[in-house]
Design a protein around this ligand. Structure first.
Ligand SMILES: [Zn+2]
Length: 80
């Protein structure tokens, strides 16, 4: 059975802390998703043009990938 999808695709709860939202952020390396609980939560995910995070997660699930392995965790340090 498939779970019910959120209506607003770009507002996706953080899979790490479950309290923040994954938001599109920008660094000198380009866009990426970061948790709104940053810096307490450092969960990030790559941003792909034309795809919502939810679509990316579904794609990743098909590839049986871990949520966080797309990007080194220190990437988000560029924000500081
Ligand atoms: Zn989080």
């Amino acid at each position: 059975m498939q779970s019910k999808l959120p209506e607003k695709k770009d507002e996706f709860s953080c899979p790490s802390c479950h309290m923040g939202k994954m938001l599109v952020r920008e660094s000198k390396h380009g866009k990426f998703y970061g948790c709104s609980n940053f810096p307490e939560c450092r969960c990030t995910h790559k941003w792909v043009r034309g795809l919502t995070l939810l679509e990316q997660l579904e794609e990743d699930e098909r590839k049986k990938r871990e949520f966080n392995d797309a990007m080194p965790i220190n990437f988000i340090d560029d924000l500081q």
